[in-house]
Design a protein around this ligand. Structure first.
Ligand SMILES: Nc1ncnc2c1ncn2[C@@H]1O[C@H](COP(=O)(O)OP(=O)(O)OP(=O)(O)O)[C@@H](O)[C@H]1O
Length: 348
């Protein structure tokens, strides 16, 4: 068999078939093609690449994020769920520009969150992201009316003059109308219900047309009916304005109403549920739901905890590549697809 890289066809002894040896030009072509591959998350509005956040207090280190990978496309409406302490709020604070990751990479609308200076960070928080907190009182200035609250971020982002002031007032009114709280335009927060305050807060978050709206437990202080209305408000701004929305929630019922739900476990994205409307042959529409395990860039997946418990999997598992899937077995169990005789020989 020839060993020169000249594009020849050879064959390995015993393999029974010819083997193509790539030419030098082909190899160069492959390297160039690999270099031209778009960067991870290049078309996503949010791209987190092996994100790590370690907190240290009293000599104890907590790894809140342990190499989290996540991409969010423009126009997505996504819920982040997970047990308490899994790292959801830490992730949201980083995306909001309120905290900085320890390692890894995070970009939002092309801004590198690791590399921003104080001035850029301030502009980022005002213009690139909008944030809705759980505490209704934290979202709004108590001494301003609904309309003034919505106009404030626009005012802070610059521009003086009557015409601009009028435009801001008009935009504030339009956003309040879209969210069904036009009647709160002249009311102060204490004259609004909790649900109205949160809808005004969504209008505030949208004021500067941010690339992403982030919300941390926005329904946490509300009863379930009002909470459902708030989710409906997020759906409205996603549908009508094309806003990209990421919501942290504990409410699985509500999380089930968005297109995409990502579960965070131990500081990593572990699984994802995607939903879409499917139409059957009679024209009947139904919601199709499919759960996926997340595969990170190093090829790691987190198996659902209930799968591990059901099969007693720990530390090590057997894996095998099948034509259309990968099999995973408990260490002590034989791969049913493997050749039994082969295993017998190995264990003898
Ligand atoms: N400022 C901090 N200092 C030290 N540890 C922190 C800090 N913030 C978060 N942590 C720790 O990081 C881990 C992740 O916390 P995080 O608040 O992100 O979780 P979460 O999933 O949002 O939880 P919850 O649903 O209860 O809000 C937890 O163990 C938490 O105690």
């Amino acid at each position: 068999m020839s060993t020169t890289a000249q594009g020849q066809t050879g064959g390995r002894p015993g393999d029974g078939g010819p083997e193509t040896v790539p030419s030098l030009d082909e190899l160069r072509g492959r390297v160039a093609a690999a270099r031209q591959q778009p960067a991870y998350g290049h078309d996503a509005v949010i791209a987190c690449d092996r994100l790590v956040r370690i907190f240290s207090s009293d000599g104890v280190e907590v790894q809140a994020l342990q190499g989290l990978d996540l991409t969010v496309a423009k126009g997505d409406l996504m819920a982040l769920v997970g047990a308490s302490g899994s790292g959801k709020s830490t992730l949201l604070q980083i995306l909001a520009g309120l905290d900085v990751p320890t390692a890894g990479k995070a970009t939002v609308a092309g801004r590198d969150l690791m590399a921003m200076g104080a001035k850029e960070r301030l502009a980022y928080r005002r213009e690139v992201v909008g944030f809705v907190w759980q505490q209704t009182a934290r979202n709004l200035m108590p001494f301003l009316t609904g309309r003034q609250n919505v106009a404030l971020p626009m005012q802070l982002s610059g521009g003086r003059g009557r015409a601009l002031k009028r435009q801001r007032g008009e935009r504030a009114g339009e956003l309040l109308d879209l969210l069904g709280v036009g009647h709160c335009g002249d009311r102060r927060p204490q004259q609004m219900s909790g649900g109205e305050q949160q809808r005004v807060a969504i209008a505030v978050a949208l004021a500067n047309e941010p690339s992403v709206v982030l919300a941390d437990e926005p329904t946490g202080e509300l009863d379930s009916e009002t909470g459902a209305q708030i989710f409906e408000a997020f759906r409205t701004v996603n549908r009508e304005l094309g806003a990209t929305v990421v919501i942290v929630t504990h409410d699985l019922m509500v999380a089930g109403e968005v297109r995409r739900t990502v579960a965070v476990r131990d500081g990593r994205a572990s699984s994802e549920v995607l939903r879409r409307l499917a139409t059957d042959e009679h024209g009947e529409e139904s919601l199709e739901e499919r759960e996926y395990a997340m595969l990170d860039r190093a090829g790691r997946i987190q198996l659902p905890r209930q799968f591990l418990e059901a099969l007693g999997m720990e530390h090590r598992v057997g894996v095998s590549l099948e034509p259309d899937h990968v099999g995973v077995w408990p260490e002590q169990q034989q791969d049913p697809a493997a050749d039994g005789a082969d295993l017998d020989e190995r264990t003898d």
